[in-house]
Design a protein around this ligand. Structure first.
Ligand code: ATP
Ligand code: MG
Length: 391
């Protein structure tokens, strides 16, 4: 019988809470495969997807590759874990002229032959049936895996497809992603989701300084993220008034510092209102003036009671770009529409601002009123996906 054999990674580190994580993972797999015909069952250390339509196998694999917490998977054949039945299956393998290696793994210790011995025996069977093939233990062209599980089934396959790893979505709470139109913030959201964190997203726009297209771009980015996180709530807030006020009243080199502090305050309030436990940004240390240690200290200092997560902090741009390509956001991110941060951009932003200087600039503004105004005009968009992880 054709099956998909799924392996999960770190979950076994979770001790007594393990079943909570496993249930979440199963739940997320079912959600991701919603609309497909399939069954899923569990045997210690593996999940097995069965009864699916074979012509949908490629799509199923693509979907499963987006489920966080799965480590790898293999399309496999399931046979009874009986020595003769496995040998019979192996005797039909064709790898004429190729080098090969047999890997046997025996989770079921009651299976009568040791893994090493059985691998050797199966290797001989392959050799007998493929006269010109030969064993290569180090760099085989053809790999034959036999995984003997405690459910008295053996799974035979020839490839291991890497999945995302990480932790099941939802197992690390829910945050708020500050989503710009750039490359880094969608990647930041993806990375936190891979660690099990769900999120809602917040975007600031500066209409009419920024166009409708800039907003559409962010909606498209959010849509791409839904492939991983399911339905996604996007909060959209107008930042025009804030920027005009800062531009009018503060020193231009502090424009970005003060803007970021107000963004953080708004984000903090939205987290409070919607019960979100962290702010997520795409900042990367030293990438631009607003992302130095000092700048992050000054912008972070206005946030109360919750952490700011910056999963791209220690990554090079190249690495971030690679991830953004792999999650399909890159082509959208590089579309050339202005972001609100590029409007009123000062020529020489401060690189090492202090909290004292920031407070000094903010006395010319009615910060609380500006934050309130942003919140009053908040618009909420539900960006829908093929599946919903929130139920
Ligand atoms: P990105 O590629 O994510 O835009 P960036 O390298 O362009 O990052 P900045 O523009 O300095 O960096 O923004 C730093 C972070 O601040 C972003 O990663 C994002 O989390 C947040 N941010 C910036 N602009 C906005 C915006 N208009 N709306 C929401 N969040 C924003
Ligand atoms: Mg940006």
């Amino acid at each position: 019988m054709k099956v998909l054999l799924l392996r999960f990674g770190e979950l076994y580190l979770k001790g007594h809470n393990r079943y909570v994580f496993e249930n979440m993972l199963i739940h997320n797999i079912k959600n991701m495969l919603a609309g497909e015909d399939f069954r899923i069952s569990k045997t210690f250390g593996r999940y097995v997807v069965t009864d699916y339509r074979e012509e949908r196998e490629i799509e199923l694999i693509e979907k499963l590759k987006r489920v966080f917490g799965l480590y790898s998977l293999s399309p496999a054949d399931e046979v009874d874990s009986d020595v003769e039945k496995i040998e019979d299956y192996i005797s039909k393998i064709k790898c004429e002229g190729e080098s090969f290696k047999v890997f046997v793994k025996r989770a079921d210790k009651s299976f009568p032959i040791s893994s090493m011995e059985f691998a050797k025996k199966l290797g001989e069977i392959v050799l007998n049936n493929n006269k010109n093939s030969y064993v290569d233990l180090y760099n085989p062209e053809h790999e034959i895996y036999v995984d003997i599980r405690i459910n008295k089934k053996a799974y035979i396959f020839d490839k291991i497809i890497k999945c995302q790893g990480g932790l099941p979505l939802g197992s690390s709470g829910k945050g708020l992603l500050l989503l710009s139109g750039g490359i880094d913030s969608p990647v930041a959201g993806f990375l936190m989701a891979r660690r099990g964190m769900m999120f809602e997203a917040l975007h600031f726009h500066s209409y009419p300084y920024t166009s409708e297209l800039a907003k559409d771009k962010v909606i498209t980015l959010a849509k791409h993220l839904t492939n991983y996180v399911g339905n996604l709530r996007l909060h959209i807030v107008s930042f025009t008034k804030v920027q005009e006020e800062i531009h009018k009243r503060c020193k231009s080199e502090f424009m970005i510092t003060i803007m970021r502090r107000i963004m953080m305050r708004v984000a903090n309030k939205i987290c409070e209102k919607y019960n979100l436990g962290a702010i997520i940004t795409g900042e990367s240390l030293g990438q631009v003036a607003s992302q130095t240690m000092q700048s992050m200290t000054v912008t972070g200092s206005v946030v109360k009671d919750i952490p700011i997560f910056r999963p791209c902090l220690a990554m090079d741009k190249e690495e971030i770009i690679q991830i953004s390509k792999s999650i399909n956001t890159y082509d959208t991110s590089i579309l050339p529409y202005e972001d609100c941060c590029t409007v009123f951009l000062p020529k020489n932003p401060v690189i090492k601002p202090t909290i004292k200087q920031a407070l000094g600039e903010e006395q010319y503004l009615n910060v609380d009123a500006l934050v309130e105004e942003c919140l009053e005009k908040e618009e909420i968009l539900e960006v829908s996906s093929e599946f919903d992880n929130r139920d």
